[in-house]
Design a protein around this ligand. Structure first.
Ligand code: UDP
Ligand code: MG
Length: 153
């Protein structure tokens, strides 16, 4: 099973979409392994968005991510990283396909509802950035045999 990080961005809290977005992941069959509200700081955002440091929108992006607390989620499932990225949709909400989270809930390239890890390697790094080990829970899913075939488990 893979674990991946999702951040529900401040725009999602302000727009009252937290429950709806988490519900989508639950209904898909992803197991919620960690969940918490946290206020992001420059330090964590400089690290998290290091690949965008030189971009003109970097300051605005950081400000948007500090505007309210965010909700951090650890989601688990087979191929969870790719499944969650596909559910997230293209970065710019105006280009994101209907049926994706961004394609259904936003109109912006920046205020785009969620962050989702883009590779298994980055998922591990990002989960360690936002969660302490004891905040990730490996409880057993009671319905695994109905979510997956035996040869997938
Ligand atoms: N972003 C932005 N302007 C851009 C591109 C990206 O404000 O032109 C923001 C947007 O919030 C995005 C985040 O920077 O989610 C991280 O960018 P990335 O390219 O990693 O996109 P993502 O992985 O979130 O789709
Ligand atoms: Mg990214």
């Amino acid at each position: 099973m893979e674990k991946t990080l999702v951040l529900l961005k401040p725009c999602t809290l302000q727009r009252g979409l937290v429950g709806e977005v988490i519900e989508r992941f639950e209904k898909r069959g992803l197991r919620l392994a960690g969940l918490k509200m946290m206020q992001l700081t420059d330090a964590i955002l400089d690290e998290h968005y290091a690949h965008l440091r030189e971009k003109s929108f970097f300051r605005d992006l950081k400000a948007s991510m500090k505007a309210t607390p965010v909700i951090a989620c650890c989601l688990e499932g087979i191929d969870a990283v790719a499944v969650v990225r596909a559910m997230t949709g293209s970065t710019n909400g105006r280009n994101a396909l209907p049926g994706t989270i961004r394609g259904d809930y936003c109109m912006s390239n920046q205020q785009n509802i969620v962050h989702a890890s883009d590779s298994l390697e980055n998922a591990a790094i990002e989960l360690a950035r936002f969660f302490k080990p004891e905040e990730i829970f490996d409880y057993e899913s009671s319905n695994l045999n109905f979510l997956y075939a035996l040869d997938e488990l």
